[in-house]
Design a protein around this ligand. Structure first.
Ligand SMILES: Cc1cc2nc3c(=O)[nH]c(=O)nc-3n(C[C@H](O)[C@H](O)[C@H](O)COP(=O)(O)OP(=O)(O)OC[C@H]3O[C@@H](n4cnc5c(N)ncnc54)[C@H](O)[C@@H]3O)c2cc1C
Length: 461
């Protein structure tokens, strides 16, 4: 249409925006995409990828310890943080270039600029002042760390963004937060040799996860030397001679070198011009969308963390893809947000899908629980006390598996595959009919035969 400079303007070059731009362009749309920082967004630049590289690095400590029991002589080991960060940066630059090349190959026009909406069809590019008229607009601006209400000394606090780029490994670090990012960074720093304190205001870490997962992981993390202080918050931070003095709400003072807050993330909507475009937010401050990721303005869509549905990379990608297929590919695709498998890359790892025990007990009349904890073959051999937890939650009336929760090595890999079975509606009988792969840890998932607990809901009053 002559009126418009482009068919689609995408704001944000992260997981959701990049996928949507590429698929829309492949469907024949003229597409422009603005990214104000680096192509690839949170996942590639300051999220999943750099974090997982640090996770890998941190796990070598156990490998070296365990190797001795298997007959290896491991000379004294040492760790070079600066080298790890430099290598991580090189890998991220490679991925960023690959993202850019893929978009360019698909004929997406990339603009390195902050983009702001001026009205429902006009995008203002702050880098060069251009104004682009777009027929359809996709907002994929992601999220940003929320540092809570200002406390004394907040200027000393880093978020996960800075934690991935520290000049040196802190000898002592205090992390506030109980979600997956807090837990993962606590394990990374502990694995690399830092003394770690985790402070969380709630009852226990990983709110929203199955209670057995929470208590099992906490115990395992504590066994690895991480100090976990729940029902407390950081009240103030003061720079002192030998570091930062952190005052907790129970009046304990803790001396550390770094303080990191991982206290949640907010949708990135500030200064985006949403009011000018007439786009509404929901009560949590996220862009409100329907099942097709469409906002209240019919030609403006939003995907990924800025909509605060399930804030994970594969979800943002799926939402971006579904948007492009629906609006430019003549298909009709809503994203199914049920039964999303997910992992916490803590040490030990968590893999989870479906309902927690408490959710199942609230929603189903009779719930059967199958649960086991065991010392895996690989580490029991070297005398380790580390334990794996596996838990399957079953609808006692239909036999359908409602949820599965694993804490142990490779839990993320296991839950990805198990996700297919759960998504297909597998029953416990299907699990039982599956032959075990021996000897593995995962075989426990198909060999748990005895119900450990049954919960029958009392009749409704
Ligand atoms: C530390 C950390 C670890 C994580 N680990 C995992 C994990 O292991 N697995 C997982 O699935 N998920 C993980 N996530 C979550 C995952 O990174 C996000 O869910 C995902 O990146 C969301 O994609 P998105 O497209 O919505 O936004 P983003 O990837 O955040 O991309 C948004 C982009 O928009 C740009 N932008 C914002 N405003 C503007 C503007 N006005 N103009 C131009 N550009 C703009 C930003 O610079 C950014 O590049 C992690 C997140 C963090 C912070």
């Amino acid at each position: 249409m002559a009126d418009f400079d482009t068919d689609l303007f995408v704001i944000g070059g992260g997981s959701g925006g990049v996928r949507a731009a590429r698929i829309a362009a492949n469907h024949g749309a003229r597409v422009m995409l603005a990214e104000e920082y680096r192509m690839g967004g949170t996942c590639v630049i300051r999220g999943c990828v750099p974090k997982k590289l640090l996770v890998y690095a941190s796990r070598f400590a156990h490998e070296f310890e365990d190797a001795a029991g298997y007959g290896w002589t491991v000379p004294e080991t040492s760790f070079d943080w600066a080298k790890l960060i430099a290598n991580k940066d090189r890998e991220i630059a490679r991925l960023e270039a690959a993202y850019t090349a893929n978009l360019t190959r698909s004929n997406v026009s990339i603009v390195k600029s902050r983009a702001v909406l001026e009205d429902a069809h006009t995008v203002h590019l702050l880098a060069d002042g251009r104004r682009i008229r777009a027929k359809t607009i996709l907002i994929a601006t992601g999220g940003w760390p929320s540092m809570g209400n200002g406390i004394a000394g907040i200027e000393h606090v880093i978020s996960s963004n800075e934690a991935l780029d520290l000049k040196e490994l802190p000898k002592r670090i205090l992390i506030q937060g109980g979600g997956y990012i807090a837990v993962e960074f606590a394990c990374v720093f502990a694995g690399l040799g830092s003394q770690v304190t985790l402070v969380y205001r709630g009852e226990n870490i990983l709110r929203g996860f199955d209670d057995d997962v929470r208590s099992h992981l906490r115990k395992e993390m504590e066994a690895r030397g991480i100090r976990i202080l729940c029902k407390r918050i950081v009240e103030a931070i003061e720079r002192v001679d030998h570091g930062l003095c952190v005052e907790l709400s129970d009046h304990e003072d803790i001396l550390v070198d770094k303080v990191m807050f991982a206290t949640g993330r907010r949708p990135n909507v500030k200064g985006l011009g949403l009011e000018a475009a007439g786009v509404k937010l929901d009560e949590k401050g996220a862009i409100a969308v329907d099942g097709y990721s469409r906002t209240n303005v019919p030609h403006i869509y939003a995907v990924g963390d800025v909509t605060d549905r399930i804030n994970l990379t594969p979800v943002a990608i799926r939402e971006g893809h579904a948007f492009a297929d629906t609006v430019f590919g003549g298909k009709d695709i809503r994203v199914d947000h049920a039964d999303v498998p997910t992992a916490v890359f803590s040490d030990p790892e968590v893999g989870t899908i479906g309902l927690t025990e408490m959710q199942a007990r609230e929603q189903y009349h009779r719930v059967d629980i199958y649960k086991t904890t065991f010392r895996p073959m690989k580490t029991v051999f070297v005398g380790s006390e580390r334990r794996t937890l596996m838990k399957i939650i079953v609808d006692g009336l239909t036999d359908r598996v409602l949820g599965c929760h694993i804490v142990g090595p490779d839990a993320g890999e296991m839950i990805q595959v198990l996700g297919i079975a759960i998504k297909m509606g597998a029953t416990k009988a299907d699990f039982d009919a599956t032959m075990a792969v021996h000897p593995t840890a995962a075989e426990e998932l198909v060999t748990m035969r005895t119900v450990t607990e049954t919960h029958v809901r009392a009749a409704a009053e």
